[in-house]
Design a protein around this ligand. Structure first.
Ligand SMILES: [Zn+2]
Length: 105
C-alpha cells in the first residue's frame, strides 16, 4: 500500500504486520477477515479450481489481474472476479482517502 501511495509507512495500520503488501491486504490481514470470508465464498463458485488448490501468490495475482486474462473467453469470468474483489476493497474502506491514509505530497 505504501508503494501505491495508500499509506505513508510500510507497516499495516490495521494489524501491525511489518509490511502491508497487496497480498497482505487481500489475503492475510486479520482486520478484514470477515469481509474476506464473504469474498472467498463468492470466489469459490467463480474460480476454475478449488480455492485451496491455489498458492497465495497465484491467488493474489488472480485477484489483481484475473484468471488467464490473456484468453478472450475469460472476459466475463474475470469481470465477476473483479466485481467480487472490488466489493471487498470497497467494504474494507481501505482505499478511502482520508488524512490518515493520505500520502504526503
Ligand atoms: Zn494487516
Amino acid at each position: 500500500m505504501y508503494e501505491i501511495g495508500q499509506s505513508n509507512n510500510k507497516s499495516c495500520q490495521h494489524c501491525g504486520f511489518h509490511t502491508e503488501s497487496c497480498e497482505h491486504f487481500l489475503l492475510d490481514c486479520t482486520a478484514f477477515a470477515n469481509l474476506r470470508v464473504q469474498m472467498f465464498n463468492k470466489l469459490e463458485g467463480l474460480l476454475e479450481n478449488n480455492l485451496k488448490s491455489y498458492t497465495k501468490k497465484s491467488l493474489c495475482n488472480i485477484l489483481l489481474t484475473g484468471e488467464k486474462p490473456y484468453l478472450p473467453d475469460k472476459f466475463v469470468h474475470n469481470k465477476h472476479i473483479f466485481f467480487t474483489v472490488q466489493t471487498f476493497i470497497f467494504k474494507s474502506k481501505r482505499m478511502t482517502i482520508s488524512q490518515r491514509n493520505a500520502h504526503p505530497a
